[in-house]
Design a binder for this molecule. Structure first.
Ligand SMILES: [Zn+2]
Ligand SMILES: [Zn+2]
Length: 175
């Protein structure tokens, strides 16, 4: 389905409106109407091809996504239409390596980033959250509590978890 997005055509072009294609939700996908997406500095680095020439164009950045589920695949069990959800920096992984089996897909060598990546299962490039909607496998979607300030939740999907994870891992205490 057609979706309006903000993206760049190359490393020097301005951010502009573009039309992208989102897949119809497959069995395990959810379609999300995006409400907010944070701007992480890595979005700018990748849009401007500042990370060693690995940028893929056209590019729709955005990996701090908050929105509401608008459609659910026939076998997707985790989310209901209308539910508030988030998507971070990855949308898929290989599902069978040791990391994936252990539930730490972020360590998978074949993880698929939310944008600026090739999508091995669906073809083409992944496009991120500077868009009106996104289709994501439910296993890479998180639920967001309704009592939070929705727009303030967006940065938690990358910047927030990046800080929270080591604090928790190392059991940081006052002082
Ligand atoms: Zn980020
Ligand atoms: Zn894996």
């Amino acid at each position: 389905m057609k979706s309006v997005a903000y993206g760049v055509e190359n490393a020097t072009s301005p951010v502009a409106l573009m039309n992208i294609e989102r897949r119809e939700p497959g069995q395990h996908d959810v379609l999300i109407d995006i409400m907010y997406c944070g701007i992480c500095h890595s979005d700018i680095h990748q849009a401007r091809n500042e990370w060693g020439g690995h940028s893929l164009y056209p590019m729709v950045p955005g990996h701090e996504i908050v929105g509401r589920v608008s459609k659910v695949g026939s076998h997707a069990k985790k989310f209901k239409v209308g539910q508030l959800v988030g998507v971070g920096c990855m949308v898929d992984s290989c599902r069978h390596c040791e990391a994936c089996q252990d539930g730490v897909e972020q360590y998978c060598d074949d993880s698929v980033f939310t944008y600026n990546a090739r999508d091995p299962k669906h073809g083409g490039l992944t496009f991120g959250g500077y868009a009106e909607r996104i289709t994501v496998d439910e296993n890479f979607v998180v639920s967001v509590p309704e009592n939070l300030d929705t727009k303030a939740v967006a940065p938690l999907l990358c910047a927030g978890i990046t800080l929270y994870s080591p604090l928790k891992h190392w059991n940081v205490q006052p002082g």
